[in-house]
Design a protein around this ligand. Structure first.
Ligand SMILES: [Zn+2]
Length: 382
């Protein structure tokens, strides 16, 4: 039933149900984090950074899970660390789900309920074994030990993803090792801030599925990719907004995160090239961001993802432009898998190709030095 899975250095893995199984296909993007943490529902938590001193990855994850568990009583947020203990974590997830659970991340006909749950469970296993961050939302089934309606499983192994600033940066940069090793230290992500950002990003995926619905079914050739791009942009916008509310200013972290996202255009996960959503959020009025309720913030981030993504037709043009830019740089077009093949027959607008060439040169060129960069560079043509 499973066609393929892509997990290499992606922030969120993907699975596809074979088109043969249906006229439609679904693209899955889930997020899950570390060990199952039966956390701390009663703990009082704040949105801001916790005091330095005793901060550990465990305390950050607990703090974040408590934050979401307190504010969203319809969802139980849990974290699965994976790594060597992946099997134990996976078994716990199965227990928490109970029988006849429903996956809520993708709109689907009733007859595909079990197939989709199986696909998501397989994906969770892949994420746990490979230390990848992901999130999955389920409506729990019979016999579940969860006393809430829904379960959000976040996978994220902090030992692999954020052991220190340099490694956190290399992990997200998604570049060949020889290039990743040359990233200038001024571009490094603060690993604690990055862990918080990553959990906010993943938690948003579950909130998005619950409040906006799962990714819609589509029969357009790149419909699954398009939906994922909008949802990834929204998740990064949300995480950036939470970060800005906590820090009350633009930070080096956010600038560096935007910078690193900008060079994902030619990676194996181009739908995570969401720097424009981070930039848009960073340009928002901070007092307005701070005055929003979490529900308003979810709506705001969803809108940012949609407005930065544009229409489906625009998305296809943008991707065709990225392929044309790749060939200008002499990159192998195989960096985009078969789903993108039909783009080769599309001639993109020249200004869109130029924009991509300019942006990639700018962001890649400044990754290896401490040149001051601007949040404003470069801008998409109208
Ligand atoms: Zn994501």
């Amino acid at each position: 039933m499973f066609c393929s899975s892509h997990s290499h250095l992606c922030n969120c893995g993907e699975l596809r149900i074979c088109p043969a199984a249906s006229n439609r296909f679904f693209t899955f993007a889930l997020i899950i984090t570390a060990w199952i943490c039966p956390v701390a529902l009663a703990t009082s938590v704040q949105e801001g950074p916790i005091a330095a001193g005793d901060v550990t990855p465990t305390s950050i994850i607990s703090e974040k899970l408590s934050f979401y568990n307190e504010r969203f009583p319809r969802i139980q947020f849990v974290h699965a660390k994976g790594g060597e203990q992946w099997h134990e974590d996976y078994t716990t997830v199965l227990t928490l789900l109970g029988r006849e659970a429903t996956s809520l991340d993708y709109e689907h006909p009733k007859e595909f309920r079990q197939d989709l749950v199986d696909a998501n469970l397989h994906r969770i296993k892949v994420m746990l074994v490979n230390d990848l961050a992901s999130a999955s939302l389920f409506r729990v089934g019979q016999g579940s030990t969860v006393d809430r309606e829904n379960l959000c499983v976040i996978t994220l192994n902090p030992d692999a993803v954020v052991p220190n600033d340099a490694e956190a940066t290399r992990y997200i940069a998604n570049l060949p090792d020889e290039l990743a090793g040359k990233i200038h230290p001024t571009r490094f992500l603060n690993n604690q801030q990055h862990l918080r950002f990553a959990i906010d990003h993943e938690a948003f995926h579950c909130l998005d599925s619950l409040y906006n619905g799962g990714a819609p079914m589509t029969d357009r050739p790149l419909g699954g990719e398009y939906n994922q791009f909008l949802r990834e942009g929204a998740a990064d916008s949300f995480a950036a907004a939470i970060h800005l509310r906590a820090h009350e200013r633009k930070t080096d972290y956010l600038q560096n995160m935007m910078h690193l996202r900008a060079i994902w255009m030619f990676s194996d996960g181009p739908n995570r090239c969401t720097f424009e959503s981070i930039r848009e959020t960073t340009g928002a009025d901070l007092s307005e961001l701070r005055s929003m309720t979490l529900s308003e913030l979810i709506d705001y981030s969803t809108q940012v993802g949609k407005s930065m993504g544009g229409s489906y037709e625009y998305f296809v043009q943008q991707r065709a432009a990225a392929l044309a830019a790749a060939s200008e740089f002499g990159f192998e077009v195989q960096i985009y898998d078969n789903a993108w093949k039909h783009l080769e027959d599309i001639t993109p607008k020249e200004e869109l190709v130029d924009y991509r060439i300019k942006w990639y040169r700018y962001f890649l060129g400044t990754l290896f030095n401490d040149q001051k960069i601007s949040f404003d560079m470069p801008r998409a043509p109208e």
